[in-house]
Design a protein around this ligand. Structure first.
Ligand code: UD1
Length: 448
């Protein structure tokens, strides 16, 4: 089925969108099953969103394939529709088509930006093509303050006039000019925003201390196939030569390394034996090394990876950082695994200042965790016990699902709209591996 995205026509079965839907459902897990079988990884959410933003640079149809059906992608579709784009998405085939002959409303409104910070990715392309943009400031979110000062400083260096009024960034630039930009921190969406702005700038832009995440390479490849000149993506120095015109193309999305990593941990924790198909293992080196240190076997065969868990789980220390360091988006899931390890693990979060929201919920299941500033000390316990839990952010939700898989008894996780932002039908995929898991209405009474 192909349909145009209308914000008012949100359906529970077509696309999971909005807090209302997610608030109406919960995930119920009966723990204790060993996961065995095969699971396929979906396309990477964090690669799709910048590609969708790139579609604003051209007036023809951009086709993006391997697009997962996720709430964040539905939110970005609504944002593009708001700005005048025509959007079609076929859930069965994962094909997303976007065309923006004219940007009629160059604005990202607060209602959309507040639910998904990645909405700020439209700032660069709006300025580049439309010369004007009005984008709501994202404000704080559950995992930290997450400012966009580095995006704004870089755009100012490129000649944009920027002011902040009534909670909105007002930006204009008759013509952006190439500049030498050095980020104080290798911000991921900041790097992407500047790449998206610089493709139409006069002359060369150099981004130093650029983020090196695989999703940035995916964006650079797309911009190059559109007719841009981007080099160095994947390293800490990216060079972009401005061009006068780009054309619409078809782009295939890379597999989601965070979803793949979550299944690797699920297999490891349940003493499972899971074949993960289409697994981007080369982008998962930091996680793989830690899993092996914890006693997990990881066998690579082409694009597929077999993960075999072993008990007891050995404790390992983790320190998150920008790619290629251990991803902050895998920290919560690894903490769930360490909560049943045989020893003491120190988990240090250096990227976001408040990314331990899952600790309180894991402790309700019997985990022994003490947070001290940026570090959490996890003392492994023999077993976790199922409990009613509340999801607090996207990756925290995934950690609760993992904990539920190994806990004694029933775990019920509410507010799963967080999970639906980034995991495509996770309950079906886990069920296919032998987990006892279901999605039910939030008011359903679950038998003990
Ligand atoms: C992206 C990912 C997110 C991941 C994160 C870190 C997407 C859509 N999201 O988020 O899943 O968790 O990278 O790998 O790809 N910062 C500033 N000023 C800025 C920009 C960032 O201080 O202008 C700080 C942030 O507050 C944070 C750190 O830099 O502490 C990293 O942020 P950033 O890399 O920008 O993360 P996101 O792009 O938001």
């Amino acid at each position: 089925m192909v349909y145009c995205i209308e914000p008012e026509q949100v359906s529970l079965t077509d696309l999971t969108v909005g807090d209302t839907v997610g608030n109406m459902e919960k995930i119920v897990i009966e723990g204790g099953n060993r996961l065995v079988g095969t699971v396929e990884v979906s396309g990477a959410k964090n690669a799709v969103l910048p590609l969708m933003a790139a579609s604003l640079l051209v007036d023809g149809w951009t086709t993006i394939t391997n697009v997962p059906s996720l709430r964040d992608i539905a939110t970005f579709n609504r944002l593009l529709s708001h700005m005048g784009a025509e959007v079609e998405y076929a859930k069965e085939t994962g094909v997303l088509r976007i065309r923006t002959p004219e940007i009629t409303v160059p604005e990202a409104p607060y209602d959309l930006v507040k639910t998904m910070r990645a909405s700020v990715l439209v700032l660069g392309p709006l300025l580049a093509r439309n010369h004007r943009a009005r984008v709501s400031l994202p404000g704080g979110c559950a995992i930290g303050a997450r400012p966009i000062d580095l995006h704004l400083k870089a755009l100012t260096q490129m000649g944009a006039e920027i002011s902040v009024e009534h909670g909105y960034v007002e930006a204009k630039a008759d013509r952006l000019k190439g500049a030498r930009i050095r980020f104080d921190y290798p911000t991921v969406t900041g790097t992407e925003n500047i790449m998206l702005a610089a493709v139409y700038a006069d002359g060369q832009t150099v981004i130093e201390n650029a983020a090196m995440e695989p999703e940035i390479l995916c964006l650079a490849n797309a911009l190059n196939s559109m007719g841009g000149f981007v080099s160095g993506a994947g390293t800490d120095t990216i060079k972009i030569e401005g061009v006068k015109e780009l054309s619409a193309v078809e782009v295939d999305v890379i597999p989601d390394r965070i979803e793949a990593g979550t299944f690797m941990i699920a297999s490891a924790m349940t003493k499972g034996n899971v074949l993960i198909k289409n697994c981007p293992i080369t982008f998962l080196e930091a996680l793989t090394l830690k899993l092996q240190e914890a006693g997990t076997s990881v066998e690579v065969s082409g694009n597929d990876v077999r993960v075999i868990g072993d008990f007891p789980v050995r404790s390992v220390d983790i320190k998150t950082g920008p790619y290629p360091a251990f991803p902050t988006d895998m920290q919560a899931q690894m903490m769930a695994m360490m909560s049943i390890s045989s020893g003491l693990s120190v988990i240090t979060e250096t990227v976001f200042e408040n990314r331990f929201m899952h600790v309180g919920e894991l402790k309700r299941m019997g985990a022994d965790i003490t947070v001290d500033g940026k570090s959490a000390v996890v003392k492994g316990v023999r077993s976790l016990s199922g409990a009613p839990l509340m999801a607090t952010d996207l990756r925290a939700s995934a950690s609760l699902v993992l904990a539920g898989l190994v806990a004694d008894g029933i775990t019920e996780i509410s507010r799963i709209y967080h999970l639906d932002r980034g995991y495509e039908t996770i309950e079906n995929k886990l069920m296919g591996l032998g987990a006892t898991i279901s999605r039910v209405r939030a008011d359903s009474v679950v038998p003990a």
